[in-house]
Structure formats: C-alpha cells, structure tokens
Write a new protein. Structure first.
Lengths: 106, 173
C-alpha cells in the first residue's frame, strides 16, 4: 500500500514519535514508555511511518533502532510553501483594500 | 502583488516561530485600521475564494475576535483571537486558537505579536507567530494546505468553464 507523508503526520501519536526519534534513534520499547498506548499500538505506528519512508530500521545487536529520515521531513517544507502563498494572497488583498481606502479619502 | 514591497516569510522550527514581515504602500493609521477593524479585516483576511466572517469583535485588552473562515462549500472553520495587549498604532498581541461554533477553544493555540512602523510613507508590519507545539504548527499548515487546495479547485472550475465555452464555439463553426 502506498502511503505519503501527510498520512504519517496526520496522527498525534505519530507526530510525537517523530519528535522523539528526531532527537535520537530509539527502540520500540523505549518509545512505548512515552505513551499510554500498548507496545503493539506503537509498533503499528512505526510500521506506518516505515511505509511512509519517514523512518528506517537499524539492527544493533539484538535490538532494532528506528531513525528519522530527515530528507523526507523536508516534504513538509512544501506545506510551508503553501502557507506562505496564503499570506501572499492575503497581503495582496490588503494592498487592494488599502488602495481603495486611500482613494475614498481623497 | 507589489514586488517592490518587502515580504519576508521565515519559519524557525527549533523556536516554533513563524516570522512574517511585510511593507504596505499606505500610512500607518490606515494599515492599523485594516488590522483592527472588523469590517476591514473581513475584506482581506481570508484568501479568496475563502471568506472571513467575524461574528463578534471587541478590539480591547481582554476582548476577542470570534470569526470563521468559510470554505466554498459553506463549511465554517472557527477561530478565536483573544487580545492580550494593545499599544495603539504600534503593537498588539493576541492568543489565537481554533474553536467550534460555540466558541469552545481547541488547544493548544498560538501567540501572535504584531508590530507596526512607518517610514517614507510606507508601513511595515512584523508578525511573529509562536506555536506552543509543533503539532499545532502542522495543523495550521494543514489548514493552509486545504485552503490552497480549495483555491486550486476554484481555478480548475474557471478553466473548465473556459474549455466548455471554447467547445461550444467550436461546434457553432
């Protein structure tokens, strides 16, 4: 199943997982300690994040560590670009309004 | 858009702050009014084709603006801005949060700080938006994404209308 980054960060638990592993690679057990949900639920979220290619697994001894793919996170910057565009539109509307108001004053 | 007017848009993820600087070709009192008067705000706050509808506004410390962004399909997305401090024609700060139609806040929200200054007949507005959580910043962006999407859809409608018109003319020949 194809997944995208929007699905990855649509869920608050997954956003929290991202925030945690952004600081350091973590095992599912270490992650689960931060949440009230079951270890299974955390594993499910990790699976989705993996499918979204937002995290990668790394075997270290007997444990699996999850690492954040920073490059993939950059897709979020495209969102920010959208947000910037909204402000651009908003401001050009304000430019027009100010022109109208100035003309009305004359 | 006036390209000779300053426009900065800076996102600082570590400090969870978005900073926006913009110049306007108008004197400060006029720009101040556009930001602080309900009937003027509603004319520019929502990027078209969205509509800004202010239900209640009391621009005073402790007062608030309760407004909706209305989507093309009529869906309303409510927000509340609570004014925390006002220095007339210079600065105002508010706490912003999404809300339901009964004004119940969806926390966390964001803290806004707006500074106004005038030089050579141009007014500069500096807006700094601090988000308590990264999650909230993402939600805001997600909203923006949806709005952007709506705008694109509207453009598509225009395009389709033009295409069908062109087709009709083609048939007449």
């Amino acid at each position: 199943m194809r997944r995208d980054i929007f699905q990855a960060i649509a869920d608050p638990t997954r956003r929290a997982i991202i925030a945690l592993i952004a600081l350091q690679a973590m095992t599912p057990n270490a992650l689960a300690e931060h949440f009230d949900t079951s270890r299974q639920a955390v594993s499910k979220h990790l699976r989705i994040l993996t499918e979204c290619e937002l995290v990668t697994q790394e075997q270290k001894g007997r444990e699996i560590f999850y690492t954040l793919e920073i490059e993939k996170m950059k897709e979020i910057d495209k969102w920010l670009e959208q947000y910037r565009k909204i402000w651009e539109t908003r401001f050009s509307q304000l430019d027009e309004l100010l022109t109208t108001l100035k003309d009305a004053k004359k | 858009m006036n390209n000779d007017l300053l426009f900065d848009f800076i996102v600082d993820k570590p400090t969870k702050t978005v900073t926006i600087n913009r110049e306007f070709a108008a004197e400060l009192p006029l720009v101040w009014d556009a930001y602080t008067k309900q009937e003027l705000l509603d004319q520019w706050w929502a990027p078209k084709p969205l509509e800004s509808r202010t239900k209640a506004m009391d621009f005073s410390v402790g007062g608030r603006r309760f407004y909706a962004m209305v989507m093309l399909d009529g869906t309303e997305r409510w927000s509340v801005q609570k004014y925390k401090s006002i220095t007339p024609k210079s600065n105002f700060k508010f706490f912003n949060a999404f809300a339901d139609e009964n004004e119940n806040l969806e926390l966390p929200g964001s803290d806004w700080d707006l500074n106004f200054s005038e030089e050579n007949g141009k007014t500069k507005v500096s807006i700094s938006i601090y988000n308590e959580s990264l999650e909230r910043l993402e939600k805001m962006i997600e909203m923006g994404f949806k709005e952007g999407y709506t705008m694109q859809m509207n453009n598509l409608d225009d395009l389709l209308a033009k295409l069908s018109q062109a087709q009709k003319e083609e048939r007449k020949k």
